[in-house]
Design a protein around this ligand. Structure first.
Ligand SMILES: C=C(O[C@@H]1C=C(C(=O)O)C=C[C@H]1O)C(=O)O
Length: 96
């Protein structure tokens, strides 16, 4: 097994930059773990809402509410925010 150097791992050309990138990547990995946990929490809450609506005789999907969610993300993050929200909604209620 070959061990990669910090430069190979990060693409940096100096040890200083490689160290900074390594530290910042650890923070990104920790943030990604939290984001994934939050998405899983959102999926669980969304499922409770959908089950309650379906049990009451309604439909799984509520497009008016989804438009509000999409607008929220677009207002905060711009056009890519819409794409992100669409993916998140698909995770929460499946494909429509
Ligand atoms: C969770 C709900 O049900 C569905 C899932 C949504 C979501 O995950 O945000 C939004 C609208 C519905 O299609 C809801 O109506 O609030």
């Amino acid at each position: 097994m070959t061990t990669k150097t910090p430069t190979e791992l990060t693409g940096a050309r100096t040890d200083e930059a490689a160290s900074l990138i390594g530290d910042a990547r650890e923070r990104i990995d920790a943030l990604d773990d939290r984001i994934i946990g939050l998405i899983q929490e959102r999926m669980a809450i969304s499922a409770v809402i959908q089950e309650a609506r379906i049990s009451s005789g309604g439909r799984r999907v509520n497009l008016a509410r989804e438009m509000d969610v999409l607008a929220h993300y677009r207002d905060a993050l711009g056009k890519p925010g819409t794409a992100l929200a669409m993916t998140m909604l698909e995770l929460c209620r499946g494909r429509i």
